[in-house]
Design a protein around this ligand. Structure first.
Ligand SMILES: [Zn+2]
Length: 404
């Protein structure tokens, strides 16, 4: 009963908040579920999101582009599955939580943390931006379930199970070929325990980057609807990071949402461009005296930016229209109630026409041109994701009632 009352209260709040916003400027509430941050975020002047930055998402760009809310991502790269590797990942995640903390502390009059869907609505009603937090690669839990609770306390509201390379929770859509990994198996015992703990807390489970086998396993065990925080459609672009129609349908059938992502390679396959980008990264890293390319260290160097301009001229970037094809495909296959939007900005995302947060209105205009009405656009931009988020919270509340 408590859960049902909460749903009703939330629905009422959503309706009144929508009415307020329509009255104010007619814009739908816009929510991007996947935005990366560098380790030096809010620590170096160039990454101070309150100023003019080389980042694709900063507060000014969000305000100008009408992007109301973002999930900032606590991402760590996959490393060895041993004590040292886990400790390193935990420490790296700690740096990202601290960076988000600095943002919220420095700009309380512009952006606030959102721990619930209600927070997102309330922030917008007060003319404030929202930052929510998502985990990308649960390797950073350091193989310790108690860290999910710590992450929850720190504001994390989705749990991205895996990244590139298999980990201790599940197999990856892109297993590590050098380590001869296979991804036929799905979720591990620890992964199952992590999903159960996320369900109990009300944290959404995110299957972007997971193998198809893992997505199937998570669908079978999760007590709450799940999300794919940044994945597009494999039927349009045959990339392992995109989801096949069968899984788009299965996620929708369990009430979840697929957040189509404006990431170039997933929207438009261009192997010549991919090769040119890899060659540039290698060259810029070598020039800087490093063995490997590091986006934070090398991705803002003039040599890299100029090289990318040459690549853009030679191999045109995927366009907003191509991205909207993916959104539309997910709508057709999964239904209008099961699609959302993610950029993967500052993690390689961005397409011609939605190259940074300042161009967010182009996405809304593009949806309108394709015939989506205000109600459909509201669902795509935030309504669906907020519904799934609330459902995760309600499942946890029911779990607590039963346990009492
Ligand atoms: Zn990702």
């Amino acid at each position: 009963m408590i859960a049902r009352a909460a749903v009703a209260a939330f629905a009422a709040l959503l309706a009144s908040a929508c009415a307020t916003h329509r009255a104010r400027d007619g814009r739908p509430l816009t929510l991007d579920t996947h935005v990366d941050i560098p380790f030096a975020y809010m620590a170096e002047p160039r990454f101070d999101a309150g100023g003019d930055t080389p980042l694709k998402v900063d507060l000014g760009k969000m305000e100008r582009g009408g992007l109301d809310a973002v999930f900032l991502v606590v991402f760590v790269e996959q490393g060895p599955l041993d004590a040292e590797g886990y400790a390193h990942a935990v420490a790296q995640a700690g740096r990202k939580y601290a960076a988000i903390g600095r943002l919220l502390q420095r700009y309380p009059a512009r952006i606030r943390l959102a721990r619930t869907p209600e927070d997102i609505l309330a922030n917008r009603a007060h003319g404030l931006l929202s930052a929510a937090i998502g985990i990308e690669n649960a390797y950073s839990l350091g193989h310790d379930l108690a860290r999910i609770d710590a992450a929850w306390a720190g504001g994390a509201r989705y749990l991205g199970l895996v990244h590139v390379g298999n980990n201790d929770l599940c197999t990856s859509s892109l297993p590590d070929a050098e380590r001869h990994e296979s991804n036929e198996e799905g979720i591990s015992e620890f992964g199952r325990a992590a999903v159960a703990r996320a369900n109990a807390l009300g944290m959404m489970v995110d299957v972007s980057h997971a193998s198809d086998a893992c997505v199937r396993d998570v669908l079978a065990i999760s007590r709450a609807p799940i999300i794919a925080s940044h994945s597009s459609a494999r039927a349009l672009v045959d990339h392992a990071r995109n989801l096949p129609d069968e899984l788009l349908r299965a996620i929708a059938a369990r009430g979840g949402v697929i957040q189509a992502v404006a990431y170039r390679e997933f929207v438009k396959r261009d192997s010549a461009r991919e090769a040119a980008e890899k060659a540039l990264q290698k060259a810029v890293a070598a020039q800087a005296g490093d063995g490997e390319y590091d986006s934070e260290k090398h991705g803002f160097l003039p040599a890299y930016l100029e090289g990318m301009q040459r690549i853009d001229a030679r191999y045109p970037l995927a366009t907003l229209d191509m991205f909207l094809d993916h959104v539309q495909h997910v709508v057709r296959v999964a239904g209008i109630d099961h699609v959302g939007i993610a950029s993967d900005f500052d993690g390689g995302g961005g397409v011609d026409g939605w190259i940074d947060a300042a161009q967010t209105r182009n996405v809304t205009d593009g949806l309108r041109r394709r015939g989506y009405d205000d109600e459909a656009i509201r669902k795509i931009w935030s309504g669906n994701l907020l519904r799934v988020w609330q459902a995760a919270i309600d499942v946890a509340a029911r779990h607590e009632e039963v346990g009492r």
